[in-house]
Design a protein around this ligand. Structure first.
Ligand code: TMP
Length: 251
C-alpha cells in the first residue's frame, strides 16, 4: 500500500512545526502509522547540515542550495521512501517548496536549476498534499522570534519539541524584502499546483488551523468516513506536551 505524503510550507513563524506535531498527535490517537520529519534534518547528515545552514557562518547562495539538497536526498532515501513504501503517512515540516521560495524567489537563483535539483534530490518522493500556512512576513518573524520552538530527534528516535533559540537565525535575520519574495514564491507554487497545494490563512488560532489541516487529511486518508456533525467534533485541545508552554507555541 502506498502511503500519503503531506508537506507543510510557509515562511518563518507560520506555525508549520506546531501543525506538524498536532497532526502527528492526531494520527497517533487513531493508531495510524506515520513519520514526522523536518527539513533540513531528520538524519545524521541532515541535522549536521541544519546546524550549519541555520548558523550565521559564511555560505554562498549556491552552496546553501546544494546543502539543502544534500540533506533532502539523505532524508528521502533513508526515511521518507521506506515509510511511504510501508504505507505510512509522512508529515514533512518543509519540503522542496521551501527551496523554490527561499533559494529561488528569495535568493534569486535560477528556478529551473532548482527544480531539476529538487527532482534529483527527491527522486520519486513528491508530496500528495502541500499545506501552505500563509502569513505576512511582519507577523511571522515577530512570532518566530518570540516563540522560537522547533523539534529535534529525541533519545528514542522520535521527535521532541525543543527551544529553538539554540539554533542560528540566518534566515530570520534577512530583511522583509527577502521574506516578501519568499512568500510570493510560496503563493506562486500554490497557484501553479492548485490540485496538490492548499493555502490556509495562518493568522487564525492554532485550533482552527488544526481543524482545517485535519479536514484535509481526513478527506484523503479516510474518504469513506462520514463527516462528523458540526457539534460532535470539538477541536482537539492544544496539549501542553512534555515541554510545557513551548509545545503550543511552535512556529
Ligand atoms: P525551520 O525548520 O526552523 O523553519 O528552519 C529551516 C530554515 O531553512 C528556514 O529559515 C527556511 C530555510 N530553508 C531554505 O532556505 N530552503 C530549504 O530548502 C529548506 C528546506 C529550508
Amino acid at each position: 500500500m502506498a502511503g500519503l505524503f503531506i508537506a507543510f510550507e510557509g515562511g518563518e513563524g507560520a506555525g508549520k512545526t506546531t501543525q506538524s506535531l498536532l497532526l502527528a498527535e492526531r494520527l497517533a490517537e487513531r493508531q495510524t502509522p506515520h513519520l514526522l520529519v523536518r527539513e533540513p534534518g531528520g538524519t545524521e547528515l541532515g541535522e549536521y547540515l541544519r546546524e550549519y545552514l541555520k548558523s550565521e557562518r559564511p555560505l554562498s547562495p549556491e552552496a546553501e542550495l546544494l546543502l539543502f539538497e544534500a540533506a533532502r536526498t539523505e532524508l528521502v532515501t533513508s526515511q521518507i521512501l521506506p515509510a511511504l513504501a510501508a504505507g505510512q503517512v509522512v508529515i514533512a515540516d518543509r519540503f522542496f517548496g521551501s527551496t523554490i521560495a527561499y533559494q529561488g524567489y528569495g535568493r534569486g537563483l535560477d528556478l529551473q536549476v532548482i527544480e531539476s535539483l529538487n527532482r534529483f534530490a527527491a527522486g520519486p518522493a513528491a508530496p500528495d498534499l502541500t499545506i501552505l500556512l500563509d502569513l505576512s512576513p511582519e507577523a511571522g518573524i515577530r512570532r518566530a522570534m518570540s516563540f522560537q520552538t522547533s523539534f529535534s530527534p529525541d533519545a528514542s528516535g522520535g521527535l521532541a519539541p525543543m527551544q529553538r533559540n539554540a539554533e542560528g537565525t540566518r534566515f530570520e535575520d534577512l530583511d522583509l524584502e527577502f521574506h516578501n519574495k519568499a512568500r510570493e514564491g510560496f503563493r506562486a507554487q500554490a497557484e501553479a499546483h492548485h490540485d496538490k497545494w492548499v493555502v490556509i490563512d495562518a493568522l487564525g488560532p492554532i485550533e482552527s488551523v488544526q481543524e482545517e489541516v485535519w479536514k484535509l487529511t481526513r478527506e484523503r486518508l479516510y474518504p469513506d468516513e462520514a463527516e462528523p456533525a458540526a457539534t460532535a467534533e470539538s477541536p482537539t485541545p492544544v496539549n501542553p506536551g512534555p515541554q510545557g508552554e513551548l509545545w503550543p507555541q511552535a512556529t
